[in-house]
Design a protein around this ligand. Structure first.
Ligand code: G4P
Length: 521
């Protein structure tokens, strides 16, 4: 396999508590990156922080930032992009999904599909990202597997195909039958030991010997039903994002994880072509191109510098080589690009399409920026979603207006939240997906920019970007709604609707105006 084809860049996504951290940890165990279970901590609230990149993370125990973990496995190079554990940082997760070629969704077998799973799946669907589903916690009492499959199909609006099948759950859990490899895995609860695997022909008595006559009979019936109901697994449908293979297991007990990983490396896509405004970029192209999908603050609190995460879209990136920062028309060289393993980072000399590299940044990058070997390219597909919470941001120390403005500017470049300027009163409105983001902004303005801000309430329901081919109607709309019109940072028109009723009425009254809930259209 060549360097690019052997790469698998993906993210694990889940509703909080479904087992994302546990699964990530087991994958790292297989990759030989860690030796014992328990080395990776959950990045959730109330737990000790996994990283001290930001003081606020220490205080709150949330890994606000996304990190990348990489390892080699059976000749494949695996890049796992970690995503924030807290849903107030969902926007971060959405953006991270633009840098992956596939995802693994973890679902709690007892809870089924939860809100966050549904939202994340919507983002995957927008981009036709191939997904594999891992139903976790089978060692606990779980829902009926057929019901779970129906629920997945219905709630996530994707066809599913089981590639493994559980034999009971909870205290009666006996293991899973691996449909993909035709092997039976018998379950022994253990966090460290990989359990016994036997190759059995399900039609023979050997199966009865392993799990008893009655369970064997039930399993045969269920497998028959699966073969009858679900068409054969078609890799092409998976790669198109239309069909999700489903595995069952228990991440905590390291059960069913190796099967998942083995199947994953075989079927998951290597780096996929990336669409730019000008053309589609193929990973195998010799010239380097990449885009910034994430900027994190203050990895080292003694330095003001940030790290910009760049996804290599094509070719090979090399250290100390001149590249073009397309937005600034500027040539840049990077003397210390980094790659990551949880918190450890090392300087790298080269990286290939599919890899993620960290570039030291002093405010030169903005989310979505493109780097090339000189070509004018603008990668598309970094959506901004309509925020869900809004507040006016006010200066609380008139002596430090400059600092505040600079701070707000840079934080918005990092994509921490979205800024709208109300065209009627000139006031600045910050939009977020969760309360925590306001706290992060206030804290960082104070600690990094020496500026003080104050929040004031504004009652808004949604911000939507508006467009129309009918210039007169657009003008009429803006006139009618002048108190509710704002501009985003790129100068685009945004309508701030204060209730869903108002929004519906506007949509009805102005039929030629398109109301967008993501800013990329
Ligand atoms: P997350 O990152 O998706 O939020 O989930 P995480 O892996 O942290 O798992 C959430 C909780 O579920 C943890 O328990 C974890 O131990 C448990 N868990 C994960 N996988 C399994 C599984 O296969 N079986 C069972 N029975 N439990 C599982 P916790 O009590 O919140 O934390 P801890 O004290 O165990 O670390």
């Amino acid at each position: 396999m060549n360097e690019i084809e052997r790469r698998r860049t993906f993210a694990i996504i889940a509703h909080p508590d479904a087992g994302k951290t546990s699964l990530t940890e087991k994958l790292l165990l297989f990759g030989g990156q860690i030796q014992v279970a328990g080395a990776v901590k959950s990045n959730k609230i109330k737990k000790t922080a996994t990283s001290d990149w930001m003081e606020i993370e220490k205080q709150r125990g949330i890994s606000v930032t996304t990190s990348v973990m990489e390892f080699d496995y059976h000749g494949y190079k695996i890049n796992i992009l970690d995503t924030p554990g807290h849903q107030d940082f969902a926007e971060d997760t959405y953006r991270t999904l633009t840098a992956v070629d596939s995802v693994i969704i973890v679902v709690d077998g007892a809870k089924g599909v939860e809100t966050q799973t549904r939202k994340l799946m919507e983002v995957c669907r927008m981009r036709n990202t191939p997904v594999i589903i891992f139903i976790n916690k089978m060692d606990r009492e779980a829902k009926d597997p057929f019901d779970l499959l129906d629920e997945l199909e219905e709630e996530l609006a994707i066809k599913v195909r089981p590639l493994s099948w559980p034999i009971e759950s909870g205290p009666r859990f006996r293991g899973v039958y691996n449909i993909y490899e035709r092997k039976l895995n018998l379950f022994q609860p253990s966090k460290q030991v990989v359990t016994e695997k036997v190759e059995v022909d399900v039609q023979t008595e050997e199966l009865d010997r392993h799990i008893g006559v009655s369970l064997a009979g039930k399993l045969r019936g269920e497998l028959e039903l699966i073969e009858g109901v679900y068409p054969d697994f078609a890799v092409e449908d998976y790669l198109k994002g239309e069909l999700a293979p489903v595995f069952f297991g228990s991440a905590l007990n390291n059960f069913g994880v190796e099967e998942l990983l083995n199947c994953f490396v075989k079927i998951a896509p290597s780096p996929r072509p990336v669409v730019a405004e000008e053309r589609t970029v193929i990973p195998q192209e010799p010239k380097f191109t990449g885009f910034i999908f994430k900027i994190t603050a203050n990895i080292d609190p003694n330095h003001r510098s940030c790290v910009a995460f760049c996804k290599v879209c094509s070719g090979k990136f090399a250290r100390n080589t001149p590249y073009t920062h397309v937005r600034h028309h500027k040539t840049m060289r990077f003397s210390s690009p980094t790659q990551f393993m949880a918190q450890r980072k090392t300087t790298v000399d080269e990286a290939w399409a599919g890899d993620i590299i960290g570039l030291p940044d002093n405010g030169t990058f903005k989310i979505g920026d493109t780097l090339t070997e000189g070509e004018e390219l603008h990668f598309k597909g970094l959506p901004s979603f309509s925020p869900e919470m809004f507040k006016y941001i006010e200066n609380a120390d008139p002596m430090r207006t400059k600092q505040l403005n600079k701070g707000i500017d840079q934080l918005m470049d990092e994509g921490v939240a979205q800024l709208f300027v109300n065209q009627f009163n000139g006031r600045r409105i910050i939009g977020t997906v969760g309360q925590l983001q306001f706290e992060v902004i206030q804290y960082r303005l104070e600690n990094e920019y020496n500026a003080l801000c104050r929040w004031e309430p504004v009652s808004l329901y949604k911000a939507c970007w508006i467009e129309s081919d009918d210039a007169a109607e657009l003008e009429a709309f803006k006139k009618r709604k002048y108190q509710y019109m704002a501009k985003d940072r790129d100068g685009r028109d945004v309508f701030l609707a204060d209730s869903s009723y108002v929004l519906q009425m506007a949509q009805m009254d102005f039929k030629h105006i398109r109301f967008h809930f993501t800013s990329e259209f």
